[in-house]
Design a protein around this ligand. Sequence first.
Ligand code: NAP
Length: 229
Amino acid sequence: MSTVLVTGASRGIGAEFVRQYAADGWRVHALARDPGCSKVLADACRTHGERICTHAVDVTNHAAIDALAGDLAGTPIDLLLNVAGVLVANPFGQSDYERWMNSVRVNLFGPMKVSEAFVEHVAASDQRKIVTLTSVLGSIGGNAAGGMYDYRSTKAAVNAIMKSMSLDLARRRIIAVPIHPGWVRTDMGGARAEVDVATSVTGMRAVIAGLTPAQSGRFLTYQGAELPW
Ligand SMILES: NC(=O)c1ccc[n+]([C@@H]2O[C@H](COP(=O)([O-])OP(=O)(O)OC[C@H]3O[C@@H](n4cnc5c(N)ncnc54)[C@H](OP(=O)(O)O)[C@@H]3O)[C@@H](O)[C@H]2O)c1
């Protein structure tokens, strides 16, 4: 049985990853700040209870991440999915640096810390993949609209760390990619977004399943296209 660890599992894209992987027979470690408060997670646990293990972890709490990595020592994790994220989009001249720093802690340090804490679990698995949810808004080459300083900068930075991880971890045969899920109808994406969450996650699961070492470090979309940095 393959195993996936998902952060941001309480709602949106993370919750849908939990639901789809569990339905597909994977063992799922679902990390959420307060798993007991998530109706979608509770529904998934009711349907696939034996395959889903929930853990109360805030991705800004490094001690909690280390503690969970210790609890799961010896457990191979085929796929580490960094999904937790926040979006703040203050226009130029109205930056809120406290909130921006929280975005750095969640969107950038979160995936870095979780990847560092669980790298041995991934290295011990068959599939050896680390995937981080980024955004096309983190593409500097693709930025034609401006604005969104907070969100864009944290996603561009997380792209940079995923690229480095792909190079540093290649000798351990670990594949690392940042992936853009599309503009998805979630709390973050809003009701006018283009893609429903099931379509986005189905697409990303297909891309992830087909990842080859040659694709490690590429900036991919949920449909498998490559984006400019
Ligand atoms: N939706 C889109 O159109 C879109 C587009 C491009 C990229 N993305 C990226 O895709 C990922 C998922 O987005 P989404 O649309 O599913 O967002 P969402 O519906 O707003 O859900 C965000 C998730 O992140 C969790 N989270 C936030 N801060 C956290 C923290 N400190 N510790 C642990 N979990 C935390 C939330 O948990 P709580 O329930 O506890 O708040 C929630 O589970 C994000 O990284 C986002 O940047 C989304």
